[in-house]
Ligand binder design. Structure first.
Ligand code: EPZ
Length: 430
């Protein structure tokens, strides 16, 4: 397996182009199955998860073409994928694929909404939690779907089609909101989703669905109303920039010091993280190219955070922020409220000499002056990039194992960091 070696200490200077958002691209690709027309998605990031989802969609009979870079586009310009779900065959996506790409379970929504039936493997848990799908299935049942479980597969049936309903989520769920939203576009009548997720990726999905002929209002608020239509048509849609990648690189600059333009970053997508970083002592200035992030030599200040659904502090930036706090002045209390096991990075950060104590759903981080490079292991996507952030500031060499986790969600990470002065290289497995 590939490894990444980092020699810490260099400040980051220059420009980092922000890629299309993984967590917008995945639901958008799945939404393409709601129509038999072609859906063209632009600025799709080159990520392992995107490739895996294309394989899973192909398993259901979705054809796709990927166009390379057009003349004048830079290496960072996202890829354009044209998806054609005109001849979908519903076969159960195999467990070994779905378990690696949890979001692929969401294909249940377009399959049952458009064809009246679906057979999808239960996704199972993952490193950060059990990740149940009970709320996704509750939403579908409210829309008139009968759900059965057989041999680890979910069998969903709606032979008479879906009918609009009131769906109230007891807790905010991004996946539940995506599934309810996609299915409701083809349901008979009106659907109201209460306590909906407000994440920007939900808004991006709703925008694309409306361009496909759906009638969705209220996306981005906790109450979304959908007037069902009989069919959707093709469209062209550009994937929004990745707010988690933006926040991740902002924390990398905060950690190393320096001055970097995060090109294409949108402040309105990560205002809570920007507010926290300013309290830490980082200068973040929106410009018309994106976000400029600066930090001079002054010591970082410890700040407490609690993760929350959007617009709160995103759980997907929690590990990265913890890495930053390992060198802050004082003690930071980091509380994780979304997932029950999202502190896998604590033991790995401790190998750099970080002082972190776990206390239930909170981690207490006592900042230290210096971290020392060490061999460490990535455990999940966002935890792995927190090790990169620590390695960038640690003295000496850091070697990160199991970097396939990184490749799931960060496009061209070594290239983007080394062009800003980081000493980072990938050691290809023999
Ligand atoms: C999405 O996961 C993201 N993944 C996650 O990013 C992100 O951390 C999460 O939203 C929260 O923002 C994608 O978009 C592909 P949820 P999702 O449904 O939709 C519980 C990354 O690193 N829940 O909002 O699965 C669930 O266990 C990934 O890119 C139920 O109990 O998250 C969790 O505790 C990691 N029953 C909470 O709700 C359900 O049926 C929030 O989950 C569904 C969820």
């Amino acid at each position: 397996m590939d490894r990444i070696r980092i020699t810490g200490g260099a400040p980051l200077q220059g420009t980092i182009p922000i890629s299309g958002a993984k967590n917008a691209a995945l639901p958008l690709m799945i939404a393409a199955m709601l129509t038999g027309d072609t859906v063209e998605l632009r600025n799709v990031p080159r990520l392992a998860d995107v490739g895996l989802l294309l394989r899973i969609l192909g398993n259901h009979g979705v054809d796709h073409t990927v166009t390379g870079k057009r003349p004048g586009q830079t290496a960072e310009t996202g890829q354009t994928i044209r998806l054609d779900a005109s001849s979908v065959i519903d076969t159960c996506a195999p467990y070994e694929l779905v378990s690696r790409m949890r979001a692929s379970f969401w294909v249940i929504a377009p399959l049952v909404a458009r064809f009246g039936e679906a057979c999808v493997s239960m996704p199972g848990g993952c490193a950060i939690g059990t990740r149940p799908v009970d709320l996704l299935l509750m939403a579908l049942e409210r829309l008139g779907v009968t759900i059965g479980i057989d041999g680890g597969n979910v069998l969903a049936k709606a032979p008479k089609g879906l009918r609009g309903a009131e769906i109230t989520f007891p807790k905010v769920t991004v996946s539940g909101t995506h599934v309810a939203l996609m299915a409701a576009t083809l349901a008979e009548g009106q659907t109201v989703i209460d306590n909906a997720a407000r994440e920007p990726e939900v808004v991006d999905l709703a925008d694309c669905l409306n361009k496909m002929g759906a009638r969705v209002t209220g996306a981005g608020t906790s109450r979304i109303v959908i007037e069902g239509v009989s069919r959707l048509h093709g469209t062209t849609h550009t994937v929004m920039p990745d707010r988690i990648e933006t926040g991740t690189y902002a924390m990398a600059v905060a950690m190393t010091g320096g001055d970097v333009l995060l090109e294409g970053g949108r402040p309105e997508y990560l205002q809570s993280a920007i507010d926290v970083l300013r309290q830490v002592g980082v200068e973040i200035d929106p410009t018309n190219e994106g976000l400029r992030v600066r930090r001079d030599g002054a010591r970082l200040r410890a700040v407490d955070i609690t993760t929350d659904p959007f617009p709160g502090f995103p759980t997907d930036l929690q590990a990265q922020f913890m890495a930053l706090m390992t060198r802050a002045q004082g003690t930071s209390r980091i509380r994780e409220t979304i997932f029950e096991n999202r502190f896998m990075h604590v033991q790995e950060l401790a190998r750099f000499g970080a002082q972190i104590r776990l206390d239930g759903d909170a981690a207490m981080v006592d900042g230290v002056e210096m971290l020392k490079g060490a061999p460490v292991m990535a455990t999940d996507l966002r935890a792995s990039v927190s090790l990169v952030i620590a390695g960038l500031a640690a003295t000496g060499d850091t070697e990160i194992h199991r970097v396939y986790h990184l490749d799931r969600g960060f496009e061209a990470l070594e290239a983007k960091l080394s062009r800003c002065g980081a000493s980072i290289e990938r050691l290809r497995a023999a």
